[in-house]
Design a protein around this ligand. Structure first.
Ligand code: GDP
Ligand code: IMO
Ligand code: MG
Length: 429
C-alpha cells in the first residue's frame, strides 16, 4: 500500500511504536505528523530497546527516511539528544528530515505548561509538561517560532523579542516565574541550528514527490483518537490533531493519497492523565492489568489507569479515522484472566448509549455504568503463538468477537513486545 496512516485508537500507548517498527520495512518513508516529545514509543528488537519521543519509529531501518512533518512541535534539545542517543546505539539519523515549518518548543512553553497545570490544581489535565499545549497555542495565535527561523539570526531574534514582550509579563505577573532575555535563549537555541540545518527540508514537496515516484509512506501517529484536540475527551486531550486526518494537515499530503488507515488498540484499555474513562477499574483486576501489562508511562513514568476493552470507543475510533484495519496489541496480557469483559454500551440516567454520547458528563463514573459482555479467558501462555490458528480457541473467539463489535478486520495481533511476537492475519502489505 503506497500510503498508510497508523493511529492510536484509544488514549495512547497502544503499541504504536512496536507496530510502526514492525511494518516499516515495507515503506520508504516513516513520518511523524503531530505531537512532540509528549509521545513515548517503545521499539524492541533483539537486545535493542528504544524509547523514541520525537524521531519516527522507522529509524531502525537504514533504508528508511524518517521525517518529522510540519504538524509536529520540536524541542531542539530533545531532538539533538535523541539523535545522539541513537547514534550511540549504532543507529544512524543521517537520513532524518525535519520540516522547515514545524514549530519550536521554547523554554517558556515548558514553564507555562507546568505553571498552568499548577494553577488548575485538582482540575489539572495531567499533561506531560513538555510545553506541547503552549507551543500549539502560539502556533494558533500566529506568534510561534518555526524551525526555518533558526536559519536567520535576525528573524529569530525579532520573533523572540515579540514573543517575550508578552511571555515575560505572563511568566512574572501571573505565574510568579523568572523572565527570559533574548540573548539567553539565542545562546541556547542558535547552536542547534548547525545540527538541524542539514536535516531541514520543505517536507510537503518531498513527500508528494516521493508518492508521485511510487514510493511508500507510513504516517506514524502519536497520542490517539481520544486525545485528539477535536475528537477526544476535551479538555482532557493533547493540543494536536492525532486522528488520521491529522496526517494530511501535518504533512501536506492530501486525503485522496491515503490508502490505508490502521488503528492500534490494546486488548484492554489504558489512560494516563486526567479525564473520563468509563471502563476504568479501581479494583485488583485493574492492578493486575497494570502489573502484567507494565503500564507505566514511557515519557513521564506515571502509572497508567487501566480498564476493560471499550467497543464503543473502538467503533468511534473506526469512524473518526476511517479505519481499514486494526492492530490488536498486548493480547498476551490477558493470558491469566478467568473471564474477560468488553464494554458494549453505556447506561446513564436510565438511557443506554451504544455510541459516544453528546454530553461528555455522561462518561464520568458517578453517571455511567458500562454495559459489559463477558467472555471466557484462555488461561494459557500465548507469547509463542505465531499464527491465528495456534492461538487457543478462546483467544481466537475473543479477537473475532471484538472484530464483530468494532466492524474492522483485526489484521495484526501482537502477543508480546518483540518484533517477532506478532500474528499477521489476512495482511496484504
Ligand atoms: P505507544 O506510545 O503507542 O508506542 O506505546 P508505548 O510504547 O508507550 O507502550 C506500549 C508498551 O507495550 C511498550 O512497553 C511495548 O514494548 C509494549 N508492547 C507492545 N506490544 C505488546 C504486546 O503485544 N504484548 C506485550 N506484553 N507488550 C507489548
Ligand atoms: P503516545 O504517543 C498517552 C496525555 C497526557 C495528558 C494529555 C495532554 O506515547 O501514545 P500533553 O503533554 O500532550 O499536553 O498532555 O495527553 N498524553 C499521552 N497519553 N500517550 C501519549 O503519547 C500521550 N501524550 C500525551 O498524559 O493526559
Ligand atoms: Mg507511549
Amino acid at each position: 500500500m503506497p500510503s498508510t496512516v497508523l493511529v492510536g485508537a484509544q488514549w495512547g500507548d497502544e503499541g504504536k511504536g512496536k507496530i510502526t517498527d514492525l511494518i516499516s520495512r515495507d515503506f520508504d518513508y516513516v513520518v511523524r505528523y503531530q505531537g512532540g516529545n509528549n509521545a513515548g514509543h517503545t521499539v524492541i528488537h533483539g537486545d535493542k530497546k528504544l524509547a523514541l519521543h520525537l524521531i519516527p519509529s522507522g529509524v531502525m531501518y537504514p533504508d528508511i527516511t524518517p521525517v518529522i512533518g510540519n504538524g509536529v512541535v520540536v524541542d531542539p534539545h530533545v531532538l539533538t539528544d535523541e539523535m545522539a542517543k541513537l547514534k550511540a546505539q549504532g543507529i544512524s539519523c543521517d537520513k532524518l528530515v525535519i520540516s522547515c515549518d514545524a514549530h519550536i518548543i521554547m523554554p517558556y512553553h515548558i514553564d507555562l505548561d507546568g505553571a498552568e497545570e499548577k494553577r488548575l490544581g485538582k482540575n489539572e489535565i495531567g499533561t506531560t509538561r513538555r510545553g506541547i499545549g503552549p507551543c500549539y497555542q502560539d502556533k494558533a495565535a500566529r506568534t510561534g517560532i518555526r524551525i526555518q527561523d533558526l536559519l536567520d539570526e535576525h528573524i529569530f531574534r525579532q520573533k523572540l523579542e515579540t514573543a517575550l514582550s508578552f511571555k515575560n509579563p505572563l511568566l512574572e505577573k501571573i505565574y510568579d516565574l523568572p523572565p527570559y532575555t533574548v540573548d539567553q535563549i539565542c545562546e541556547e537555541y542558535l547552536p542547534y541550528a548547525e545540527i538541524i540545518r542539514p536535516h531541514m527540508a520543505e517536507t510537503a514537496q518531498l513527500l508528494n514527490t516521493a508518492l508521485a515516484q511510487g514510493k511508500n509512506i507510513l504516517f506514524e501517529g502519536a497520542q490517539a483518537t481520544l486525545l485528539d484536540i477535536d475528537h477526544g475527551t476535551y479538555p482532557f486531550v493533547t493540543s494536536s490533531s492525532c486522528c488520521a486526518g491529522g496526517a494530511c494537515i501535518g504533512t501536506g499530503v492530501g486525503p485522496k493519497k491515503i490508502d490505508r488507515v490502521i488503528g492500534i488498540s490494546k486488548a484492554y484499555i489504558t489512560r494516563v492523565g486526567s479525564g473520563p474513562f468509563p471502563t476504568e477499574l479501581f479494583d485488583e483486576t485493574g492492578e493486575k492489568l497494570c502489573e502484567i501489562g507494565g503500564e507505566f508511562g514511557v515519557t513521564t513514568g506515571r502509572r497508567r489507569r487501566t480498564g476493560w476493552f471499550d467497543a464503543v470507543i473502538a467503533r468511534y475510533a473506526a469512524d473518526c479515522n476511517s479505519l481499514t484495519d486494526m492492530a490488536l496489541t498486548k493480547l498476551d496480557v490477558l493470558d491469566s484472566f478467568e473471564t474477560i469483559k468488553v464494554c458494549v454500551g453505556y447506561e446513564s440516567g436510565g438511557k443506554v448509549y451504544d455510541h459516544f454520547p453528546m454530553q461528555q458528563s455522561v462518561l464520568y463514573p458517578k453517571h455511567v455504568t458500562p454495559v459489559y459482555e463477558e467472555l471466557p479467558g484462555w488461561n494459557q501462555d500465548i507469547t509463542g503463538c505465531r499464527t491465528f490458528e495456534e492461538l487457543p480457541e478462546n483467544a481466537q473467539r475473543y479477537v473475532e468477537y471484538l472484530e464483530e463489535k468494532v466492524g474492522v478486520p483485526m489484521s495484526i495481533i501482537a502477543v508480546g513486545p518483540d518484533r517477532d511476537q506478532t500474528i499477521f492475519r489476512g495482511w496484504d502489505s
